[in-house]
Design a protein around this ligand. Structure first.
Ligand SMILES: CC(C)(COP(=O)(O)OP(=O)(O)OC[C@H]1O[C@@H](n2cnc3c(N)ncnc32)[C@H](O)[C@@H]1OP(=O)(O)O)[C@@H](O)C(=O)NCCC(=O)NCCS
Length: 181
């Protein structure tokens, strides 16, 4: 589903994804600098593909998604929690798709907002993610937010003809509670 909650951070805000966001996503997802880090991405989506993706997400009760924007209201990307309710856990996926906004703290801010929502509002027990080991910016961002490296899936992804390792990271509820006191 598209979250109806607006979450205000220090650098940006999370707000419901709207249909008007989709053309920008399509534009950004045609850029290999952005998509090389996104394991789930195949060919760049068309606007029609993106509309179908948006409809699927809207109807999926096990997905919670927001768009990320700057405090000035400039669209930057999106973030999603994919829930496994029976285990009280979720997998997080984030993309600041506007690469001119990378490394300004927007991702860290968004991840912290999502973690607070996951543990306080959804009462989850664990938030996990996987990322490319070479995605140093992402790994650093997640570590700053309290994620712990749990493992390494060796030669797990094939990117531009080269096998790469995938890092598994997670934050447990007790760790988050301990750090937010
Ligand atoms: C990964 C992503 C969410 C991080 O968000 P961001 O706003 O760019 O990152 P932040 O500024 O919050 O934090 C990045 C940190 O990594 C550091 N960093 C940046 N490039 C780095 C590099 N090459 N090596 C090591 N650290 C690096 C930054 O200095 C910063 O750390 P600091 O605050 O200690 O200085 C965002 O860059 C993004 O979406 N990228 C494209 C898609 C993607 O990679 N998605 C994640 C897939 S798992």
């Amino acid at each position: 589903m598209i979250s109806e909650s607006i979450l205000e951070g220090e650098k940006g805000r999370l707000r419901p994804t709207e249909e008007r966001d989709l053309p920008r996503f399509v534009e950004w997802l045609a850029d290999r600098d952005v998509t090389r880090w996104l394991a789930a991405m195949g060919e760049p989506p068309t606007l029609e593909d993106e509309r179908k993706w948006y409809e699927r997400r809207r109807e999926d009760p096990e997905s919670v998604m927001w768009s990320i924007e700057t405090l000035e209201g400039r669209l930057a990307g999106n973030v999603e929690l994919r829930l496994t309710p029976r285990a009280k856990r979720a997998e997080m996926g984030i993309a600041i798709q506007d690469k001119s906004l990378w490394s300004r703290g927007l991702g860290t801010d968004a991840v912290r907002l999502v973690l607070r929502y996951a543990f306080e509002d959804l009462q989850l027990n664990r938030v996990e993610l996987t990322t490319d080991e070479e995605n140093r910016r992402a790994v650093r961002c997640y570590e700053k937010c309290g994620f712990t490296r749990e493992g390494l899936l060796r030669k797990h992804r094939l990117i531009d003809g080269k096998f790469g390792n995938t890092v598994v990271m997670a934050v447990l509820r007790e760790e988050w509670l301990g750090s937010s006191e």
